[in-house]
Ligand binder design. Sequence first.
Ligand code: NAD
Length: 503
Amino acid sequence: MTPTGDAPPLVTHWIDGKPDEGRSSRRGDVFDPATGRVTKHVTFASVEDVDHAVGAARTAFGAWRATSLTERTKVLFAFRELLHRGVEELAEIITAEHGKVRGDAAGEVARGLEVVEFACGMPHLLKGSFSEGVSSRLDVYSLRQPIGVAAIVSPFNFPAMVPCWFFPIAIAAGNAVILKPSEKDPSAANWIAQRWQEAGLPAGVFNVVHGDKVAVDRLLEHPDVNAVSFVGSTPVARHVYETATRFGKRVQALGGAKNHMVVLPDADLDLAADSAVNAGFGSAGERCMAISVVVAVEPVADELVAKIAERMSRLTVGDGRAAYDMGPLVTGAHRDKVASYLDAGVKSGATLVVDGREHPVKGDAAGFWLGPTLFDDVTPQMEIYTDEIFGPVLSVIRVDSYDHALALVNTNPYGNGTAIFTNDGGAARRFQNEVEIGMVGINVPIPVPVAYYSFGGWKSSLFGDTHAHGVDGVHFFTRTKVVTSRWLDPSHGGVNLGFPRNT
Ligand code: NAD
């Protein structure tokens, strides 16, 4: 970040191991969502800036790829220590630009840290296999090699955790990285870049370019970018997938979500109500794994709605730097868009049980506030159901059977996460088998997999074949090579044009 006279400080790119203001004069505003004030500007990359970063990454890749696994892993461990020590500092940066409360921000860093720890085991994860004597004096073995330059494009809602799903694995496997974080909360990426440098990562292996569509589109088509990991809304994920694959790249593009929580009649309704409130309103609903729809299988709906509403009345909303439950939304424009769904829901005939506009707020009047909202009697045709609202708005749909609930989840175009609440093991087992969703919780409302499993949705929530982190992540950032080897001996068979047959 560089000071610019009386103007707010400028968040610069980080290219080839140093801050870089770039060549473009285009800039964006970065807000403090709790006060509504512009606290920083962020520079927006031009095509030339992206080319500069890709050039630096390409150059750094050669030496980093050739660095021994032992030396690369030492850098990973050093980075892990710095991130571990810096959790609170990074959480403060996130709260100041995203608005989420401090504990939640620290939680996202902790989940990102888990992926760094997973990547510290890269020597084991990169091990190939070896088959001795598959034919006479012939051995076959496999190698996993880095793919080159990897671009990561991340959303505003997890400025630390989502990039961490990808870059630790990419770097540990020997790749060079360009991170294009969200322009709404860009500073976490630069903080991370500095920690990499302190950890001993060579310049150019981890770069940050800031900006918008101009930067992203250049990354998608640049001939020296080999892979793209994207996380964001579904329309942009589709664009990223279609464009980058057209340019011959390996792509994983994670999109939006509409996550259902099915509550069966035998469920513990207090647990279900707690979970619906936690998963619906944590981070002000700005989570891709937030629960946005509760599917109440009758006769539980009346009691469940009452329990949820009672808990919502006790939620505190205020500046995330203090100990409140829920902070502001990320920008004024986003808050207004989310609030517009409250009118849309009423107009379409849903019952507005709790109106978030009336919730008391402890904070600057100019902050981007909206309290938690609950709709009942929602139907699948309503906009509040079909659209990803991405804010603190929870809908309840009443259904008469498990089959009806399952059909609702399975016909929804999104397939990120879902949860079932029940005390019936057989019903839960049936649900996990039949539901067409990538991540499933059983009495767990936000089933975000641990780092050594992989994170990813189905259907319109993910374009591409591999999910994030875990073994999928290792596969995404490496290419397999299989070597068939025979060392000469006196008894080789001479010329033979037939297809090699193992004997
Ligand atoms: P977004 O799609 O607006 O932006 C994501 C990234 O794409 C940002 O870096 C942005 O600068 C860039 N971008 C925006 N418009 C673009 C365009 N037209 N062309 C190229 N690049 C563009 O998403 P957001 O608002 O930052 O984040 C919220 C969305 O992300 C929600 O839909 C949420 O569900 C989704 N999300 C999904 C997951 C997941 O794992 N599936 C995780 C987190 C967030």
